[in-house]
Design a protein around this ligand. Sequence first.
Ligand code: ATP
Length: 505
Amino acid sequence: MANNEELFKKIISHAKEYGFIFPSSEIYDGLSAVYDYGQLGVELKNNIKQYWWKSMVQLHENIVGIDTAIFMHPTIWKASGHVDAFNDPMIDNKDSKKRYRADVLVEDYLQKIEDKIQKEVEKAAKRFENFDKQMFIQTNARVLEYTKKMQTISERLNKSLTDNDLEDIKALIEELEIACPVSGSRNWTEVRQFNLMFATQMGSAADNTDVVYLRPETAQGIFVNFLNVQKTGRMKIPFGIAQIGKAFRNEIVARQFIFRMREFEQMEMQFFVRPGEELKWFEYWKKERTQWHLSLGIPENKYRFHDHEKLAHYANAATDIEFEFPFGFKELEGIHSRTDFDLKAHQQYSGKKLQYFDTELNESYVPYVVETSIGLDRTFLAILSHAYTEEKLEDGSERVVMNIPPRLCPYKAAVLPLVKKDGMPEKAREILATLVDDFNCQYDEKDAIGRRYRRQDAIGTPFCITVDNQTLNDNTVTIRYRDTMQQDRIDSEKVVEIIKDLVKK
Ligand code: ATP
């Protein structure tokens, strides 16, 4: 764990040093849980968006995309349940005046027990040859005791959350003697519900009648446009509507860098199906989305499913695709079978019919919905943290290389004249001009070539094209591959073709 914390810190500072991510309003000491994407970050983020859009919208005949406004009619959030139920239980420490999510305090406590189990397992693994982890967990008395304790606490927490029993959550915090990490005291307030939506006012009225919310999810913009899209696009069920956009949540626990932000982006797709067919489509999208993640070249063991036992009020099946971030497995994407909850609620609150006439069945119905909802920033973090690699090279030196999948890299290639004279810069710029229509490229002539290669490694540029003396004679260049550092000599006229081919990987 300690090592991973160290690694995570390095990733955060690397992201800042190379212009991927800056803390928002940094010269004013920052704004908690809000971040800005820098010159490289925006390229990587846009590439992720494009890749998602292409695979979800453009490669599916029956899925179209929209882009709806952040402000929506306030009744929408009443209908969706967000005004009444989009809450987290919070608790304040009276000494430090710090606010916490009550359930997260208990979860952190559980994490500490899990760390203890892990330590016992590691100790034993060192002692015994042919160590069987599962067998050890089942038979070792201390580990067994920890595991049981975890289970009891976790079941009680889940029950209290389901029953909205805030008093019991407070009681649990007291019984476990959980102290405030800042003040060290156990001087807690009562547990209260805290609504995560940001509210603001629209128009010039001074009273509260024009309150509007910054949307906490992009999904509702899709639901309220269901009929518009279905009719104008002549869409036939099953079909999907996708959208990428900002969402805002006043998170109580805002930490772990861009994992949990107050302003973030979601990439969501709502798939409208016949009632009764939703679970079939739920399984379908689970598989499709898994394939999408694996197509990024990140190993399968970095992902796992977490099926929800406690279902949200609108769902009849739900799973999270979790990713192993440096701080452990956490939710990256949610796949939810949302039933007809949202469309029915909007039908009721707006008084407008939101139904579909199925010509094959010769009947009208409110469609059921399967949603895939992935955080763009969390995907960014998954890619960034998996890509960050420190390597010891054969000559004893070290390099940091970002193994970002080539199709997502901020720059696809860097064009480098070996030296800044003898016509090499001019030739290099000529080659650059043949590339820029197809790829985002960088030109760099400053410093020794070795340092320039390291700089490109550190920002993940997969290919470096170097112009040297020989180029001027036979029009060949070297292409250096980021991952292997191997160099090949190729005809400069073939560079576009070769990179096009490699970038798909
Ligand atoms: P969590 O349990 O981590 O708070 P959630 O279950 O509330 O997440 P959803 O409402 O299902 O999340 O939102 C869909 C996706 O949006 C999540 O899988 C996640 O990738 C992303 N997301 C949600 N909240 C945030 C946030 N505060 N910052 C960044 N991404 C977020």
